[in-house]
Design a protein around this ligand. Structure first.
Ligand SMILES: [Zn+2]
Ligand SMILES: [Zn+2]
Length: 151
């Protein structure tokens, strides 16, 4: 007999052309290029959330530090995603592998909470959060993330 908590439907909610759905509202996310265009992230046109695969956020932050304007992909004001945050008490699922995302708040900017997938390393940012984030603050956050895990 198989116990409870069986992997229910592991069907990937991807669309045929490889797009993913927003973990917050299931809207199919648009692929949006950053800067010169070789970098592409997934953006939710409904709530403004942005999904970064493991290597993408790092690359985007590097581009940002080089002066690339990220206004194209992150045009929302910080806090725009709040209504979705309030609605969810449960965890969001990774759009790639359906692992529960871990919420990592920034101790200095409590309005900014990033959601991280421990399986694939993907990161979900709410609308406006990317503007508040730099490589440095991301590093700080990862540190606090591992501090949280130890407890
Ligand atoms: Zn969304
Ligand atoms: Zn994942």
């Amino acid at each position: 007999m198989v116990g409870g908590g069986v992997v229910s439907s592991c069907l990937m909610k991807t669309t045929p052309d490889g797009k993913i759905r927003c973990p917050k509202d299931a809207t199919i996310m648009e692929r949006m290029s950053v800067g010169s265009g070789d970098l592409v992230v997934d953006h939710c046109g409904r709530c403004g959330a942005i999904w970064f695969d493991a290597y993408e956020l790092d690359a985007v932050l590097k581009a940002k530090d080089k002066g690339v304007d990220l206004g194209d992909i992150d045009y929302g004001a910080a806090g725009h995603g709040y209504e979705y945050k309030v609605l969810r008490d449960d965890f969001l699922e990774c759009p790639r592998d359906h692992t529960k995302l871990v919420q990592v708040p920034d101790p200095r900017q409590p309005h900014v909470v990033i959601d991280i997938c421990r399986t694939c390393g993907g990161v979900l940012l709410d609308s406006g959060e990317l503007k508040d984030l730099s490589e440095f603050t991301l590093g700080e956050r990862m540190k606090s993330f591992f501090r949280l895990k130890k407890e």
